[in-house]
Write a protein that binds this ligand. Structure first.
Ligand code: FES
Length: 183
């Protein structure tokens, strides 16, 4: 195991976000949030989610800003970003589709669902990480267990959870999203 000293710089590959600036109302909300924790560092995940909600992903500058806010080293925040799959290191599409690839869902047909939606959205079925359609509308990602293993294949569309998603049901969900995006 490679030990990284807390004072070492953040390794790549976080994106740069020139001009990164946290709006005053968000910073006020974050400052208030931090007071709820006996130790400031315990608020790390809450701050990461708040910043991601604002910007869509976590950039290098966001990591440094959060670390400074919590009196941590950037590496302490960076390790959370790389550990938790719900934290995005890149901008994602308007609709973020996550399909579970872990055993129960794989046995229930998630590979077919993933392949089908890749084909529909003109994405590469061999890519398991996030990939985004050329119009920026959809990001499709093959992910580990979404914690609902009895009702696979499980798929999330943004924060909405969908169970027993067949390829045809996947089609419907994508079509519904596309209709919403035209409104
Ligand atoms: S295996 Fe798919 S939700 Fe757990």
């Amino acid at each position: 195991m490679i030990a990284i000293h807390p004072s070492e710089p953040i390794p790549d590959p976080l994106l740069e976000q020139p001009g990164f600036s946290v709006p005053a109302d968000l910073e006020a909300r974050i400052d208030e949030l931090v007071t709820h924790y006996p130790q400031k560092r315990s608020a790390s995940l809450m701050l990461l989610h708040a910043v991601q909600e604002q910007f869509g992903y976590i950039s290098r500058q966001a990591v440094e800003w959060i670390a400074a806010k919590l009196s941590l080293q950037p590496i302490n925040v960076f390790e959370l970003v790389t550990f938790y799959p719900m934290l995005q290191q890149r901008p994602v599409g308007k609709y973020h589709l996550r399909i579970c690839r872990t055993l129960s869902c794989a046995l229930a047909g998630s590979q077919d669902l993933h392949g089908h939606l890749c084909s529909k959205l003109k994405l590469d079925p061999d890519v398991h990480g996030p990939q985004t359609t050329s119009d920026g509308q959809f990001t499709l990602e093959y992910v580990e267990c979404l914690a609902n293993c009895a009702t696979g294949p499980v798929m999330m569309c943004n924060e909405a959870f969908h169970e027993r998603v067949s390829p045809s049901r996947g089609d419907e969900l994508v079509t519904d999203c596309a209709k919403q995006s035209r409104r």
